[in-house]
Design a protein around this ligand. Structure first.
Ligand SMILES: Nc1nc2c(ncn2[C@@H]2O[C@H](COP(=O)(O)OP(=O)(O)O)[C@@H](O)[C@H]2O)c(=O)[nH]1
Ligand SMILES: [Mg+2]
Ligand SMILES: [Zn+2]
Length: 334
């Protein structure tokens, strides 16, 4: 059986058995120019290499290499995936998966810049769509006396999603972050450039320093630089996917992400008098009523409308490309 310490679980086992339990599954730890590095167990220091031919493979994927180890025969059905807008490469329709089988995605925001609720809303939609569990991190808390106002503002749009206070610099809250990797789970970070993702990654990978008390020294900084997406083993167990520049704006929206991230607004909509209420000037509109009563931020509602319109436009585009792809006789991804 594949190594549970590498993240293998019952869901993957079932998906593999559904394929007829072929070969020996391994996990993609890195991809370079069309070649995957595939780990066979958690302490595999010399991952095998196989070519990515005719398969959409991402870091984090569980795959079955061919008997001669040259190619990847199967990509086992993912438990979660971050997918970028599909595009044409030559005459082939490409779904670009950036990361797969991530259990927890941390949405990183920093104190010091004003809390950005609109950005967090978008990230939550993407996180829910991916299938991973979102957790919000408010980092650089060492910079302020009281991070509570910023935390409260993010919590307002995070609904039930936890907002943790952390610092990659003085190591506040790192034990809690690490706790999410219990059971050999895989973690990933999403957030604007400069919020402190790399600093957190370095702090988590650094097992020489205790979480409490010790202050990181400047010479540790920048030791680990992200060049390509890679799966890294946490010293305390579990996995960390370090991706350079996974920018929220470039990701593909699909599924139930919007409904989940805005479930408060959708719950209101259920109470509008008309089923097809546009929440504009209709009588007995529960959304307008909530806005007028100061219970719903109009900016949050505008944000929802923007995301819905964006998703609709992407769906039209995806359908158009899928049709083109069919006409050319190619198989549609997923
Ligand atoms: N004070 C403080 N500065 C931080 C912290 N984390 C990151 N920084 C600084 O913020 C800048 C950007 O950090 P970096 O980790 O590269 O952000 P990334 O772009 O999200 O990977 C660097 O100058 C870091 O030293 C933190 O927890 N506290
Ligand atoms: Mg970085
Ligand atoms: Zn309405």
């Amino acid at each position: 059986m594949p190594d549970p310490e590498l993240g293998w679980n019952d869901t993957l086992q079932r998906a593999w058995e559904a394929l007829g339990a072929p070969g020996a599954p391994g996990r993609v730890s890195r991809i370079d120019r069309g070649w995957s590095r595939i780990m066979r167990h958690a302490h595999d220091l010399d991952p095998m290499r196989a070519r990515n031919l005719f398969v959409d493979v991402a870091v984090g994927d569980w795959v079955v290499p061919s008997v001669d180890s040259e190619r990847i025969d199967h990509v086992i059905e993912r438990t979660s995936a971050f997918v970028r807008r599909a595009s044409f490469e030559g005459d082939r329709f490409e779904a670009d998966t950036l990361a797969a089988n991530i259990d927890v995605v941390f949405l990183v925001h920093a104190v010091g810049t004003p809390p950005n609720q609109r950005r967090l809303e978008r990230e939550l939609v993407l996180a829910f769509d991916s299938g991973a569990q979102p957790v919000v991190l408010l980092t650089k808390v060492d910079l302020v006396d009281d991070p509570e106002p910023a935390r409260a503002e993010l919590a307002e749009v995070a609904l039930g999603v936890p907002v943790l206070l952390v610092s990659g610099l003085d190591r506040t809250g790192l034990a809690a972050v690490r706790g999410f990797a219990a059971g050999h789970r895989s973690l990933a970070f999403l957030g604007a450039s400069g919020v402190g993702k790399s600093t957190l990654v370095n702090a988590l990978l650094d097992d020489d320093v205790m979480d409490t008390g010790a202050v990181r020294h400047a010479d540790h900084r920048g030791r680990h630089t992200t060049v390509a997406a890679q799966l890294l083993r946490l010293p305390s167990g579990g996995w960390l996917l370090d991706t350079p520049g996974v920018r929220a704006v470039s990701l593909w929206l699909s599924g139930q992400g919007i409904e989940r991230a805005f479930r408060d607004v959708f719950a209101l909509m259920d109470h509008c008098r008309f089923r097809d209420c546009k929440h504009d000037r209709e009588p007995d509109c529960a959304v307008r009523a909530a806005i007028d009563a100061g219970e719903l931020d109009p900016a949050r509602f505008a944000s929802l409308e923007r995301l819905v319109a964006e998703e609709a436009a992407l769906e039209v585009e995806q359908a158009r490309q899928a049709k083109l792809s069919d006409r050319r006789g190619h198989r549609r991804p997923r």
